[in-house]
Each structure stands twice: as C-alpha cells, then as structure tokens.
Write a protein that binds this ligand. Structure first.
Ligand SMILES: Nc1ncnc2c1ncn2[C@@H]1O[C@H](COP(=O)(O)OP(=O)(O)OP(=O)(O)O)[C@@H](O)[C@H]1O
Ligand code: SF4
Ligand SMILES: [Mg+2]
Length: 335
C-alpha cells in the first residue's frame, strides 16, 4: 500500500459515477470547428469493492479502453466523477494528480511493446519508481527483486532486455512494472488476448495470486466473456459507450438477461460436447453503429433480434431485475 492510502468512506474502493468521455470531431484546416463528438464513454456508473475484480466486456470499439484510461485519468473525462477511496480522482490537479498516480496502474496487452528496447529489465522496473522520486538504487533493486519473485521470474532477468522474453514472460514483466509502486487499483486491459491459451491460464492465475498477496483491486477488460469468468467477482457488459448489464460473475453466465449478453455468451464454445452440440448461436445483424451518432432509444436496437417500436422511442431504464443484477432493456422475456 502507498503512503497516501486514505480511508474509504464505504467498502467500495472505486466509485465511477455517470462518467463520460466525448472526443471532439473537428473540421476545418485553419479555423477548426467542433462539428460533433465521439461518445466513447457515455454515462457509465460502476463500483468495485476493495480487493474485488470487475470484469468489463464488450466488442471492439465499445469504449472499454477509454473507460479504463479515464478511471486512471490517462484520458480526461468530459463528465461524471471517479472516486478512489475518498479521493475525487477527477478533481486532482498537477502535483496532487502526479503523486496519486502511484495508487492506480495499468497493464496492457503488450506491456513492453511501447517501452524503450534498449532499457534492460532493471531500468524498466526502476522507471516508475524514479517518476515517483524513489531514487535510492539499493531500494530500487530491493523492490525489483521482491516484485520479480512475486511474479515468478528469477532475479537474473534484471540484466536482460525485453526482446529476449516470450509473450508470457513479457506479460509477467508488465505486471511487475505495474506492481512496483504497490498500487491499490490495477486496470488490466486485455491482459491475455495476445497469449496462447495455455499461457493465458497461467497469467490469469498469477493475477489471482497477486490480488491476495498485495491486496489489489482489479478492473479486467476483455472482449471475450470466457476470459474474465473465473477472475471476476462482478461483470459489466458494455455496448456503445454504456453498460447494458451487470451482475455477479456466476449469475451473468447462468442467467444472462440482456439480448447483447445472450449473444456474446452464445458465441462462446462449450467444453462439454453435448452442451456444445445444442448451443444456439445468436447472430447479430450489422456492425457496431458509430459512437458519434448512436441510435435513438435503446442503442442496441439496430442489431437486437427482439427489438420492438418502443426500443427506438424510449431509452430503457437501468433497473434491478434480481438482487444485484441490473439490466437496461424494456423486456424480460425473449421467446
Ligand atoms: N483519442 C481518441 N480520439 C477520438 N476517438 C477515439 C479516441 N480514442 C478512442 N476513440 C474512439 O472511441 C471509441 C471507443 O474506443 P476504445 O478504444 O475505448 O474501444 P475498446 O472497447 O477498447 O475497443 P478494442 O476492444 O478494440 O480495444 C472508438 O470508436 C474509438 O475509435
Ligand atoms: S430494449 Fe429493445 S432493442 Fe434494446 S435490448 Fe431490449 S429488446 Fe433489444
Ligand atoms: Mg481497447
């Protein structure tokens, strides 16, 4: 835990309220005018309990990365708020924001891809410490060795370079880098998408172990529902900038209510051959509409097999259909 840890006012570590990230669309070469906005995140509320994992799923372009980045203030929200503990992250400015960043980190699909290939692991792991003015070499080395041990890598890798590692090892290093400042919250953006299936399970297990060891709270982003299933306590399904369904992990897999969640789940192959033989795929028509011009009423209506007239006219209310299970859809039955 960092020295800045504050006491949360509730058991939720992260509270996101009505968060918006709208990217302006500009036109004109000399006199730029704003002619619209890409509503990448368009009113998202969620909370994550301390030590819990929230799985955020949805297809490419629905706004997952933008949401994760806005939570960490790597993207500037255009509306709403983010609280980590009792700190309003959206209100932090300059030096306070810089210091607070040590509590929130991100793990990427290819976490070493964007880093300087001429830096060895020791330098890569020390860098976040230097940014936060932990400059003592012995302390840097001690933290690096302790963190490598936690992610299952030998200290001998300190002298090696990113290109010398396999995909799974690179992801372990990415996780180690995110852990160096002992954050409270880690947003993992597609942490295993680039890895072989066998390695995916190892990295997911590692994330699970580290959560207990370091008291971490996770937001895990994936386009594949199967990936977040075992890691997540709660799962939110995102479509075109909004969360359309949210429930505890087992509940959402066993009892999906929203047509979009049903469609996503129907695309997941089942390990049991008998269940697999009877799996009925819900094929969605068309492509994801542009987030610059989302459909009226229910945003999913242009692709929903069950859409009715009301779906174009009225925005469905975000309602609780069972304890802790929330859905944005006008209907309960889809026969
Ligand atoms: N800096 C930006 N400026 C303008 N539009 C952006 C910017 N970043 C993202 N977008 C747009 O916002 C929408 C959401 O993008 P985002 O990357 O958050 O989706 P995603 O769910 O993470 O997709 P993927 O699964 O492909 O990673 C997309 O339409 C994207 O083109
Ligand atoms: S509100 Fe209508 S269009 Fe939207 S998911 Fe429900 S049935 Fe489909
Ligand atoms: Mg993304």
């Amino acid at each position: 835990m960092s020295a800045e840890t504050s006491t949360p006012t509730s058991t939720a570590l992260l509270e996101v309220e009505d968060l918006e990230v709208h990217f302006p669309i500009r036109s004109g070469v000399i006199f730029e005018r704003t002619i619209g906005a890409v509503r990448a995140v368009d009113g998202v509320s969620l909370s994550i309990g301390a030590g819990q994992t929230y799985g955020l799923v949805g297809e490419s372009g629905c706004g997952k990365t933008t949401l994760g980045r806005a939570v960490l203030r790597l993207e500037e929200p255009t509306g709403g708020s983010v609280h980590l503990g009792d700190t309003d992250v959206t209100a932090l400015r300059s030096e306070n924001l810089r210091r607070f960043r040590s509590r929130m980190q991100m793990v990427f699909q290819d976490p070493l891809g964007s880093l300087n290939p001429r830096h060895n692991v020791e330098m890569l792991l020390a860098e976040p410490l230097r940014v936060h003015r932990i400059n003592d070499r012995a302390e840097q080395r001690r933290l690096a060795e302790e963190t490598l041990d936690a992610v299952g890598l030998p200290t001998s890798v300190l002298e090696r370079y990113p290109h010398e590692f396999s995909g799974g090892q690179r992801q372990r290093l990415g996780i180690a880098r995110a852990l160096m400042l002992r954050p409270d919250l880690i947003v993992c953006d597609e942490p295993v998408s680039a890895l072989d299936v066998s390695i995916q399970a190892q990295v997911m297990n590692l994330l699970d172990e580290l959560q207990g060891e370091f008291g971490l709270t996770y937001m895990v982003i994936a386009h594949d529902l199967a990936v977040v299933r075992h890691l997540s306590d709660r799962v939110g399904v995102m479509y075109l900038g909004k969360i359309v369904e949210e429930a505890d992990s087992e509940e959402i897999y066993e009892n999906p209510r929203h047509p979009y969640t049903k469609a996503l789940l129907s695309a997941v192959p089942q390990p049991d051959p008998e269940v697999e033989a009877s799996r009925e795929r819900i094929i969605l028509k068309g492509d994801l509409p542009s987030p610059a011009n989302p459909p009226s009423g229910c945003r999913f209506r242009t692709r929903c097999p069950w859409a009715q007239d009301i779906c174009a006219e009225e925005t469905p209310v975000w309602r609780e259909v069972a304890e802790g299970h929330k859905v944005a859809c006008h209907f309960d039955r889809f026969d």
